[in-house]
Design a protein. Structure first.
Length: 445
């Protein structure tokens, strides 16, 4: 396999001939990248900027990438074709993207990499750009995990599920004073987002709380913009296209709602038997009680099921309980959003789903000890269920199930976010470059 493949053999020459000096380079790799970055790509295209779409190749099959790219109607301009273990992927992205940027730099182009969130691509692509003196636009910048102060919540009786007051816990979580920083989870995402920040020239923060994180860490306030989250654009567009989805024909049991979607894929959950079994036990109890359950299983999920000898039992449950749907990840984003809009609750360890549930007004239960979307929990649309005991998780899911108060909480991730993002970048470019020298920052040049 060639290391880097371009859309055409004369691709670099075509770019060299374009009158714009700035190359807006949108990087994608995984499904969340595609969902959150393609709206920016389309906005830049609409405004007539020179914009490229670069794919690392990490998610390369139909379900994880191909189908969604077709759905969104875009085609990458180049593919880095990375493969291998995490350390190999990181080094390949830095090396191969660095070569692409070198070729563009030789052609007198200034590259502006747009990287997303806490992904490996964000960390590695920012590194590649910075090596050439190109600072990134960090989309969904500054997300930091906050963890509830469990010791101060000792009156919640963690050891005795029967004495656990879910309502009191829910209210406790809405007080910002009851949270603290310091978690290294999720892994490696918390490293990725922090490393990306150091090579960033424009920080596009999804929420005021995140702006506070960035400024408290010393990043220049005039380069931090609160814009919302681009997933809002993708989610709302998917809802508008609901008529194009046939998901309820495929899964008619979901059509009338009143179901829970489970999503378990975080490394720290899937590589810990205690955590994984706690989540599994909660899901199993719902299945056995005849509740409608949708499990979207990903690579890490499947590996954990095999590792802990649960795969055969889960297959049997799927066979014997028609209200239990056990499915691989769906390729169409519209299908995901249309189905989830009818859910009673989402139980997830995903980051993006915490945002999407707030946007759609669906109660969310986060299956982690902390959250990097803690603003959604303080807002009341989301609640933490620490993965320590299946009965505890079940009680919290029951609390959130069709919880009308949680459904009515304010939507906090904005609208027309891609427009606001590009407005921020245009504002910066009107004053200089995304990569800013110290003389320029201090106004001494």
């Amino acid at each position: 396999m060639n290391e880097v493949t371009y859309r055409s053999t004369d691709f670099l020459d075509l770019i060299a001939g374009h009158p714009d000096r700035h190359v807006h380079l949108i990087m994608i790799a995984t499904k969340p990248d595609i969902i959150k970055q393609v709206p920016l790509y389309k906005e830049l295209k609409k405004r007539g900027h020179l914009v490229l779409l670069g794919h690392t190749g990490q998610h390369y099959d139909e379900n994880l990438s191909g189908g969604m790219l077709k759905e969104f109607g875009v085609q990458p301009d180049f593919n880095l074709n990375v493969r291998g273990a995490m350390y190999e992927v990181v080094s390949q992205i830095i090396g191969r993207l660095g070569l692409v940027m070198e070729e563009l730099k030789k052609r007198d182009k200034i590259v502006i990499p747009y990287v997303h969130g806490d992904t490996t691509t964000a960390m590695a692509a920012s590194n590649a750009g910075y090596c050439h003196g190109f600072a990134s636009v960090h989309v969904e910048a500054g997300i930091r995990t906050l963890t509830p102060k469990y010791r101060e919540a000792a009156d919640h009786h963690w050891e005795s599920v029967e004495d656990f007051d879910v309502s009191h816990w829910y209210n406790f979580l809405q007080n910002a004073a009851n949270w603290e920083r310091g978690s290294q989870e999720p892994y490696p995402e918390q490293f990725n987002t922090r490393a990306s920040e150091a090579a960033t020239g424009v920080h596009l923060a999804p929420h005021e709380l995140v702006k506070h994180f960035l400024e408290s860490e010393g990043y220049a306030a005039d380069r931090v913009f609160v814009v919302g989250n681009t997933v809002a654009d993708a989610t709302l567009e998917a809802l508008e296209n609901a008529a194009a989805s046939d998901i309820f024909e495929k899964y008619p049991v979901l059509k009338d709602g009143d179901f829970v979607r489970f999503c378990i894929h975080r490394r720290e959950n899937c590589t810990s038997e205690i955590r994984f079994r706690a989540i599994y036990d909660a899901m199993k109890s719902l299945i056995l009680d005849g509740k409608k359950v949708l499990l979207i299983s990903m690579f890490q999920t499947e590996e954990a099921l095999k590792r802990y000898n649960l795969k055969e039992e889960l297959d049997t449950l799927a066979k014997n309980y028609p209200t239990f749907i056990y499915s691989p990840v769906w390729s169409q984003y519209t299908d995901v959003i249309v189905a989830m809009s009818q859910a009673a609750v989402c139980a997830t360890d995903s980051g993006s789903m915490q945002e999407e549930m707030n946007i759609m007004g669906v109660p969310c239960v986060t299956l982690r000890f902390g959250s990097d979307r803690s603003e959604s929990i303080m807002n009341g649309s989301n609640i933490i269920a620490p993965p320590i005991d299946g009965k505890l998780i079940r009680r919290i899911i029951d609390f959130a199930w069709n919880n009308e108060y949680m459904r009515r909480r304010p939507k906090i991730y904005g609208e027309n976010v891609s427009e606001k993002c590009i407005d921020a970048v245009v504002k910066v470019l009107a004053e200089g470059e995304v990569f800013r020298t110290e003389e320029e920052r201090l106004h001494l040049g």
